[in-house]
Design a protein around this ligand. Structure first.
Ligand SMILES: *Cc1c(COP(=O)(O)O)cnc(C)c1O
Length: 396
């Protein structure tokens, strides 16, 4: 029977699994990487700055610092802004663990704020409730690709003398009131993992207008050492000093070459993501079971993820059953995220747990991420819609 769920032996909508996200590598990307592999500099070479310059233009900032991955970017940020032992940093609970881990790396305490249930963005009211004398910074996460309410967060930060950090790993290419993501906070982090908007394999970027923050991030990515190999080479000098404890968070030149090549396609891909989102929005607008997240006024959404809220009561099945049913139909759904304060590490180390962020915990029970990436064909998009409507309508 056509409408029997694949989970129960029916014919699946697709034979092979459609992933929730996927990179798009063209021949010109491969050429760009190959050129660098044939050159003299595989790392600390000229591609690093070239990528940083191109990225800073897109992010609308004076500085960009390329690092080995998005998590390293976040760590470089907590270091650069001076987060240290005894400090508290407010982080939303509905995010990837790295948004909070970067606080712990510096010996500080992440304090989890709740999110707005319609957008899953950090709730400014919850932020205000969490501020103490020890609070030094707020990390806002542009969840799914939508910029947070930065004007309000800025007011709160200024009033309490806090640094405003953006974990913008979901939102490269997005904007708020025509100001690009990357320029909306004091300092922002990006990831170039293959599932994100553009990729360098692994890679990350810090963007900021503040030259002191940028210099500190540069120092931090290279062991806390003041010059790099190429600078010393050009000065004909061997001398260097390590002035603070840093890490090796460098990115290679061939990764940056890939990043530069991919960056040229970013805005085309963002428009494609927005187009797919419009098709999904329209398809689900008539459903009583499915509700897309709310997009706020003034936001140009970068749609790293397309997340739907399931009315599990009306559907008559729990999220995990719906998840399995969609997988069985060949749709590579995912869940973003288990609220970070619910992870065993945070429960054990910081005594967090159920009840701390009720909206995030509640939302977690009913969200699902459906495939979204620019290379999806019209047929892929229709398969996702067919499967979502089939599954959500199939229970008693
Ligand atoms: C992807 C991601 C990161 C980490 O980036 P990596 O490059 O994988 O280290 C951090 N925060 C958020 C919100 C992310 O989505």
């Amino acid at each position: 029977m056509k409408n029997t769920l694949a989970l129960y032996g029916g014919t699946p909508v697709r034979q092979s699994i459609l992933p929730y996200g996927k990179q798009w590598i063209g021949e010109e990307d491969i050429e760009a990487v190959a050129r660098v592999l044939r050159s003299d500099w595989l790392t600390t070479g000229p591609m690093i700055q070239e990528f940083e310059t191109a990225f800073a233009i897109v992010a609308g900032t004076r500085n960009a610092v390329a690092v080995s991955n998005g998590t390293a970017a976040l760590h470089a940020i907590t270091y650069a802004v001076g987060i240290k032992l005894g400090d508290e940093v407010i982080v939303p609970s509905m995010t990837f663990a790295a948004s909070a881990n970067c606080v712990v790396y510096q010996g500080a305490t992440p304090v989890f704020a709740d999110v707005d249930e319609s957008t899953l963005l950090i709730d400014p009211k919850s932020v205000e409730e969490r501020i103490t004398e020890k609070t030094r910074a707020i990390i806002a996460v542009d969840y799914a690709g939508q910029a947070c309410d930065y004007p309000v967060l800025r007011e709160i930060a200024d009033e309490h003398d806090l640094i405003l950090i953006a974990d913008a790993c979901h939102a490269l290419g997005g904007s708020l009131n025509n100001a690009p993501v990357g320029s909306l906070a004091d300092i922002s982090a990006f990831s170039l993992h293959p599932v994100k908007h553009i990729t360098s394999g692994e890679g990350g970027m810090v963007t900021t207008d503040n030259p002191l923050f940028a210099n500190k991030a540069r120092l931090f990515r290279a062991h806390g050492i003041t010059t790099d190999h190429r600078q010393r080479e050009s000065m004909g000098s061997w001398f260097y000093e390590m002035v603070d404890l840093g890490y090796n968070y460098r990115i290679t030149d061939f990764q940056c070459a890939l990043g530069i090549s991919q960056l040229k396609k970013l805005m085309l891909w963002i428009r494609k993501r927005q187009e797919i989102a419009r098709i999904y929005d329209k398809a689900f607008s008539g459903s009583e079971y499915v509700r897309p997240l709310t997009v706020r006024e003034g936001v140009s959404h970068a749609y790293h993820l397309y997340v739907i809220h399931l009315d599990t009561e009306k559907i008559g099945a729990e999220r995990n059953v719906i998840f399995s049913a969609l997988r069985a139909e060949g749709i590579g759904v995912n869940v973003h995220y288990i609220p970070v304060h619910m992870h065993p590490f945070y429960r054990t180390r910081f005594g967090t747990g159920p009840g701390l962020c009720p909206s995030a915990e509640h939302a977690y029970e009913s969200i699902i991420t459906i495939p979204m990436y620019p290379r999806m064909s019209d047929g892929d998009i229709q398969d996702v819609i067919t499967a979502v409507l089939k599954v959500t309508g199939a229970f008693p």
